[in-house]
Design a protein around this ligand. Structure first.
Ligand code: AMP
Length: 456
């Protein structure tokens, strides 16, 4: 399928081909025609799927082709994109600038933690598009420096994260300032908890649903193994695991571009053919690394989450999470690359103390057992404190338990001489989510408003 066949305007097609995009991703294939036709959209997609273009292209096409529907007077924003964090706001802005390079769409990015000056200037000059984090946008609404009565398209990007971060009251306040009629709403979310469905029912008109995220599922045949380890010894442990059978093709996930480069260099030095792919590598370099990996010339591929998008290798036997992903859903995406087409796969995570909360979030989301076991010689100096409760259905008040283990066994001596570890009591949070950015699930209570400092 081509971008042309989705009904996109020539000025966008040109920009896409200049960016090197050849074909639309699945979410783009599904979402773009519906959004162009004016439907509200509930889209299940997460970072890495091409979701930004899925809502950004129809939005730009609307702004670039439809006449402004509001009357005369100062220019009012016509499109609003809400994002949970300032990083995402900036990223979305950059992407849309690229896609809209053959259009003139004045825009402003609005987020907290920086001075108001530039934002006020931009809004005063007049913009068509506002990309904003909810907290700071509320500040502007209160100062009357932004008028949202002309919004024709609203995008809620990573809606589940916004609600997780306690932005529901802010979102409700913002929604109250938008026109009720003739507004198109596009909601993108990796997951669809009840709170999102409620939001959608209240504020969307007969939304069409599209879904590309496998709903928090991974292949049943995958063994999920966790090795607790001190952060400083992860590299050694990784080498130890790789050296056990260096013929096994392994995809290693690291969190940062720099980290993946360093890690690849370290593995390579030990004599295992290794390549790294991440956002700073050219398309050509990525393709080469990937084809070498597929051909078996390279045994270990170190990748960041974004770069791993599009890696499609059947029968990849092993994925190792050198770092756990910051977002639990990304675990599903990482692990989804092994155990495909009925083959079995192994998913190994090296988990240091500072990742215990991330692991809890992952276990809760998967609702699956994790086999937690020390590797002899690499036991953490201080046993990992897993937190107060096992995530998911095993949660019980006051329990001091680790993420669940096979058979629900606690402290069972495992076979093979590798020692399973008891969990230790930890902080009374069972969310596994960012500290300091949590509020009660309904977003109400304590202090009423959102935590502005949650915009990171
Ligand atoms: P996103 O999920 O929007 O964060 O996009 C993830 C990455 O995929 C970004 O680097 C985009 O530039 C890239 N991307 C999005 N759509 C396409 C496409 N159709 N072809 C190639 N790359 C894409």
């Amino acid at each position: 399928m081509s971008f042309e066949s989705l009904g996109l305007a020539p000025f966008l097609l040109r920009a896409l081909s200049e960016q090197g995009y050849e074909n639309p991703t699945p979410i783009q294939q599904q979402a773009i025609p519906l959004a162009l036709a004016g439907h509200d959209l509930l889209a299940g997609a997460q970072t890495g799927t091409g979701k930004t273009a899925a809502f950004g292209l129809p939005l730009l096409q609307h702004l670039g082709t439809a006449p402004q529907s509001v009357g005369q007077g100062p220019r009012k924003p016509r499109a609003l994109i809400l994002t949970p964090t300032r990083e995402l706001a900036t990223q979305v802005h950059d992407s849309l600038r690229g896609y809209g390079k053959h259009l003139r769409i004045p825009s402003a990015v609005i987020y907290g933690g920086v001075g108001m000056g530039n934002q006020l200037d931009a809004l005063r000059r007049g913009v068509d598009l506002v990309i904003a984090c909810p907290g700071r946008l509320i500040d502007h609404i209160e100062r009357r420096s932004v008028d949202l009565s002309g919004i024709e398209i609203l995008v809620l990007d990573e809606a589940d994260r916004m609600l997780d971060m306690g932005f529901l009251p802010s979102i409700n306040r913002i929604l109250a300032k938008l026109p009720k009629q003739n507004r198109q709403t596009l909601l993108f979310s990796a997951t669809f908890p009840e709170s999102i469905k409620t939001l959608a029912m209240e504020f969307m008109r007969n939304p069409r649903e599209v879904q590309v995220t496998p709903q928090n599922t991974v292949a049943e045949k995958i063994a999920h193994r966790v090795h607790p380890v001190d952060g400083g010894r992860k590299r050694e442990l990784l080498l130890h695991l790789l050296a056990q059978d260096s013929r096994v093709q392994t995809l290693v996930f690291a969190r940062t571009k720099h980290g993946s480069d360093k890690l690849a260099g370290f593995i390579e030095k030990s004599g295992i053919q290794t390549a790294a792919i991440h956002g700073n590598k050219s398309q050509g370099q990525r393709m080469r690394a990937l084809s070498d990996f597929k051909a078996g010339k390279v045994k270990v591929l170190v990748a960041t989450d974004i770069a791993a998008r599009g890696i499609d290798i059947d029968q990849l036997p092993r994925v190792i999470n050198f770092d756990l992903p910051m977002v639990a859903e990304d675990y599903v995406h990482r692990i989804g690359r092994t155990g495909r087409n009925g083959s079995t796969g192994e998913a190994i995570s090296l988990v240091a103390q500072d990742e215990a909360k991330l692991l809890r979030a992952i276990v809760r989301m998967l609702d699956r057992d994790m086999d937690i076991r020390d590797v002899p010689g690499f036991e953490p100096q201080v046993p990992i404190r897993w937190g107060n409760s096992a995530p998911g259905k095993a949660e019980q008040p006051g329990g001091d338990r680790a993420p669940r283990k096979p058979g629900g066994g606690r402290g069972r001596r495992p076979h093979g001489g590798e020692g399973q570890r008891h969990a230790h009591a930890g902080p009374k949070s069972h969310t596994g989510q960012r500290d300091g950015a949590r509020k009660p699930a309904d977003g109400r209570g304590r202090g009423g408003g959102p935590r502005r400092d949650a915009q990171r």
